[in-house]
Design a protein around this ligand. Structure first.
Ligand SMILES: [Zn+2]
Length: 707
């Protein structure tokens, strides 16, 4: 089921969703974990996981993580992170491991402690404790899951097998979508791009098992190999459902044909970054005319969609392609495809054989992760996905102090003031557009830590001992919650991430920046450290999110969150000239082997990185000035040097080659190395701080600047 903001939401960290969910294909745009019901992964008894269970001491800006033998003007990333990189190879149960992972692992230990206590049955448990405790305990009860075996799927498989007509097919697709099964297309609700005050229904491309469209069309040897491995994986899953080897193999090939046809009608991840390409508000009758074989009226009724006249048909050509698929394939073939997507969506909560097969393809082959993550980690994650604002209440009580919130708010205000100054000083922007940019800036809502009002889970039934039922009901609860928004006023207080999440985001339709309590912790934000360190790291993140409101995508939305061009043609031309420089710069970076960073796919994130760090430095100096402080040198570094090293260390990360390839092909964020070097090489303040000579790699002749 689609969630709002999924199309446009811009997050800060690239790999977390993927690193935590090796069983789930990477969504086209990372979904906020709180609303996602991806299956958890399977357990291993691995002595190494014991090691990571020790709570790490994390701190901002740590000279011992550096490699001072490297010249900061040659490779600033290696200079900041060299020591850390050497000491922190990717653990067997991860595909990438960075400072965000260190913090996520730390948060997970806190969450486990909360959940283990809540799991003890007693009369004193609060409703929140009962729900999260029983969910977690059921997820951890592997013996019960093994004992029930694949039989838990039988009612659903029988239902698919019994389908006799297109009417019944439409109702079955609705049922599967509510369970978060990604069959044929995706559906949900979203703020109307053109009217941010209203929520409308939205149908979008979907139905694939590989990460995105181009996985079905690329012709290089590696991509062909991935497709062959994928067909084998689909075949193996069908065999686990009891199909014979020849039947499963034949079915695997048929499924590949259907998905390839759907993929060819889909947009690429890069095309989807253009809001105009995914917004087509049309009468429902237009959709039914495009795709008459699918019984849309039955579908809409079965999803409990309130009566609607129109909806966003995000990618019209996709639904024309879907029509061709439904015409060409008979119902028995579609049923085979549905069986696959059902078992795929639930794989993580099924018995071991399913989990292992699922991990083998999505974890090992696609992401390069060697071992399954410990079961408790996957169950913590699954609880966070389904009950994030229940679990988050206790997490926030334990971890998020008033001082952290106050200092973060101060940084946000300083950075916003710096951005206002930056806009006023722009040489290339006309006054009229500047006024509108300032208006948008002053309207940005700052959401810090956790929501003012917690989500009400009373309609979500959690039954102790029913792991798969809890998982499915969690998806259904969330789907119904999303669909119930259609036609109602927008809730501007809602969060798209849960409080323990180590991430942050900007939502152009809400025009808000959101910093969950989970990321406002060391090493990103450290109460014990001075401003140079915190402005370099957390400040850079805040600046990044704020700049998203003005990147190539965010700038197309106005202060109220409407998709509306407030730029003069001349200013647009000037801005696009500047972003073309950024595209070209990043196109030349190599992610892994022969795979380049995609400058257009990563443009919004790169613009946000560049603007974010520049603004954070301005804010740091402004704050010191306003408070008549003289930032001090420490540990052999000037305040400015500490600011930049703190930024660089926020991105220390090791990745498997598979993970780097997957990221470069699907993820709108650049690899971490370029989130540091690609940024500082454009900043004169950085070059001054480290006295870099013109012509050195971090001080090239040509530099790019958008904001
Ligand atoms: Zn971002």
């Amino acid at each position: 089921m689609r969630i709002p903001q999924q199309i446009l939401i811009a997050i800060i960290l690239l790999s977390l969703a993927m690193a935590q969910q090796p069983t789930a294909p990477k969504p086209e745009v990372p979904k906020p974990p709180g609303t996602q019901s991806a299956p958890p992964v399977v357990p291993t008894k691995n002595p190494k996981t014991q090691e990571s269970e020790k709570i790490l001491e994390l701190k901002g800006m740590d000279p011992s993580l550096m490699d001072k033998s490297v010249d900061p003007c040659v490779d600033f990333y290696q200079y900041s992170c060299g020591g850390w990189l050497k000491r922190n190879p990717v653990p067997a149960d991860q595909s990438s491991y960075g400072r965000d992972t260190e913090l996520a692992e730390r948060n997970r230990l806190i969450l486990r402690d909360i959940l283990e206590k809540a799991a003890v049955e007693s009369a004193n448990r609060s409703t929140v404790e009962q729900k999260i405790g029983d969910y977690y305990a059921s997820c951890m009860d592997e013996a019960a899951i093994e004992q029930k075996g694949a039989d838990v799927l039988k009612p659903e498989l029988d239902h698919i097998a019994a389908l006799k007509s297109n009417d019944e097919l439409a109702e079955e697709i609705a049922h599967l979508h509510l369970m978060n099964v990604n069959a044929l297309f995706s559906y949900g609700s979203d703020q109307d791009f053109k009217d941010a005050t209203s929520v409308i229904a939205e149908a979008d491309q979907g139905g694939l098992g590989l990460p995105e469209r181009d996985y079905y069309t690329r012709t290089d040897a590696k991509s062909v190999q991935t497709r062959n491995r994928y067909i084998r994986h689909v075949t193996n899953m069908l065999r686990l459902l009891g199909e014979t080897a020849p039947a499963a193999a034949a079915h695997g090939r048929k499924i590949m044909l259907i998905e390839t046809a759907l993929a060819k009608a889909s947009l690429t991840v890069t095309q989807r970054r253009d809001p105009a390409s995914v917004y087509h508000k049309l009468p429902v009758s237009d959709l039914t005319a495009m795709d008459p074989t699918f019984v849309w009226n039955r579908y809409l009724r079965a999803t409990d969609t309130p009566p609607v006249q129109s909806l966003n048909v995000a990618v019209p050509d996709f639904f024309k392609g879907l029509e061709t698929v439904l015409k060409q394939q008979d119902l028995p073939t579609i049923k085979i495809y549905l069986r696959w997507h059902l078992v795929h969506a639930l794989a993580g909560i099924l018995p071991k054989a399913f989990v292992n097969e699922n991990f083998d393809f999505y974890g090992k082959k696609l992401s390069g992760q060697k071992e399954l993550r410990a079961r408790w980690k996957r169950c913590v994650q699954s609880t966070d996905q389904n009950l994030g604002e229940a679990l988050g209440q206790i997490y926030v009580e334990r971890t998020f102090g008033a001082e952290g919130k106050a200092r973060t708010l101060q940084m946000v205000k300083d950075i916003e003031a710096s951005m206002a100054q930056d806009i006023k000083n722009l040489s290339w922007m006309t006054d009229a557009t500047k006024q509108k940019a300032l208006e948008k800036l002053h309207t940005v809502a700052n959401k810090i830590g956790y929501p003012d009002k917690w989500r009400d889970y009373s309609k979500y039934e959690v039954v102790r001992g029913d792991a798969i039922g809890n998982f499915i009901r969690g998806a259904e609860f969330e789907s119904h919650r999303q669909i119930a928004k259609i036609g109602k006023p927008v809730d501007r207080g809602e969060w798209g991430m849960t409080p323990p999440t180590v991430n942050a985001y900007y939502n152009p339709q809400m025009n808000d920046i959101n910093f969950p309590a989970g990321i406002l912790q060391p090493p990103f934000y450290d109460n014990k450290m001075d401003d140079a360190v915190n402005y370099g790291d957390a400040g850079g993140i805040i600046g990044h999110e704020l700049t998203h409101g003005f990147d190539d995508e965010g700038r197309q939305f106005d202060s109220k969150g409407n998709f509306d061009d407030w730029w003069s043609p001349q200013d647009t031309r000037e801005f696009e000239g500047r972003t073309a420089c950024v595209v070209h710069e990043y196109d030349n970076f190599i992610a892994v082997d022969d795979v380049h960073v995609q400058g257009k796919l990563t443009l919004g994130e790169n613009v946000a990185d560049l603007g974010g760090l520049k603004l954070a430095m301005m804010a740091f100096l402004r704050h010191a000035d306003e408070n008549h402080q003289q930032p001090k040198a420490a540990e052999g570094f000037t305040p400015e040097q500490r600011f930049y090293i703190s930024y660089g260390q926020g991105w220390c990360e090791n990745d498997t080659p598979e993970s780097l390839r997957l990221q470069a092909q699907t993820n709108p964020h650049s690899p971490v190395k370029y989130r540091v070097n690609g940024v500082v090489q454009n900043l004169p303040d950085f070059q001054k701080a480290f006295s870099c000579k013109p012509g050195t790699p971090m001080a090239p002749e040509k530099r790019c600047e958008a904001w």
